[in-house]
Ligand binder design. Structure first.
Ligand SMILES: N[C@@H](CCC[C@H](N)C(=O)O)C(=O)O
Length: 269
């Protein structure tokens, strides 16, 4: 961090995975604990850099990984995991020479996640999806049944009738949900189609509607395969910002998709 005539500056980069965008703050000496308001200022699309979330690159305390992904939502809140974020994080480490492929272990609040570099795509071992109870989400008086899924962070996957219903959804506000089932809030995915290819929109906790959500796509892919009677398999998940590939095996779930760094600079608080 630099100080000059009352101006505090920090270096940043910006990246995205299928349009889910992040401010990246390198804090290699773990000297920059960002307050919620500072995260929100950096992520602000008019007064800041702009991002759905922030990835602070900090040293890991776990000997199994060199770097810790300190993920924060755009409103400053902490989340356990971010599937697009961990791929962008790994891409940043690679480009900065902070890690070498083809396998990069990253410490996260949901444990160590290993990212495999496969050319333009990065594939992450996300660990298995954990199915919870069925629940409901409501938007503007309409209610859908949904399936609770944990990918380290909470999701509610709701299947809609058709594409027109998905298109017309109004996602400016947090959908209503059962706080008894999701005491920490929830990310809500709205889905049409069946495995092996589905389409989704998402309202993310602590952010709003985003162009993509990696953990959300994992939850959606796992539910779609289960609906198709498959314990294992591959499901493509189309999101507004692109396509993610979910592979469910007997042991785990992989998330694959692109991740790119698009800018570097200095921010002034
Ligand atoms: N966009 C992310 C998920 C980020 C966290 C989420 N908003 C939460 O609060 O759980 C992804 O790609 O997984």
């Amino acid at each position: 961090m630099g100080h000059n005539c009352q101006v505090t500056t920090i270096d940043f980069a910006k990246g995205h995975g299928t349009g889910n965008d992040f401010v990246i703050v390198p804090d290699l000496k773990d000297a920059l604990p960002l307050k919620d308001a500072q995260v929100a200022a950096l992520c602000d699309r008019r007064f800041g850099i702009g991002g759905d979330g922030l990835l602070r690159v900090a040293p890991s305390e776990d000997p199994a990984a060199e770097w810790f992904m300190d993920y924060r939502n755009g409103d400053g809140s902490i989340a356990e995991m971010c599937g697009n974020g961990v791929r962008v994080f790994a891409r940043y480490l690679l480009e900065q020479g902070l890690a070498e492929g083809p396998e990069i272990p990253v410490a996260t609040r949901a444990g160590i996640k290993t990212v495999h570099v496969e050319g333009d795509e990065l594939r992450v071992d996300m660990g298995p999806a954990e199915f919870g109870p069925t629940s409901e989400a409501s938007v503007e008086g309409f209610t859908w049944a949904g399936q609770a899924v944990s990918m380290g962070n909470p999701h509610l996957v709701c299947h809609l009738g058709d594409e027109a219903e998905l298109e017309s959804l109004e996602l400016f506000h947090q959908p209503r949900f059962d706080a008894g089932v999701f005491p920490e809030g929830v990310n809500v995915e709205f889905v049409v189609g069946t495995a092996p290819q589905v389409r989704m929109r998402v309202h993310e906790r602590g952010v709003g509607e985003t162009a993509s959500c990696g953990t959300g796509a994992c939850a959606v892919g796992a539910v779609a395969l289960r609906h198709a009677g498959q314990d294992t398999g591959v499901c493509k998940v189309d999101v507004p910002g692109g396509t993610l590939t979910i592979t469910v095996t007997d042991e785990t779930l992989f998330l694959a998709g692109p991740a790119v760094i698009v800018a570097e600079g200095t921010f002034r608080f």
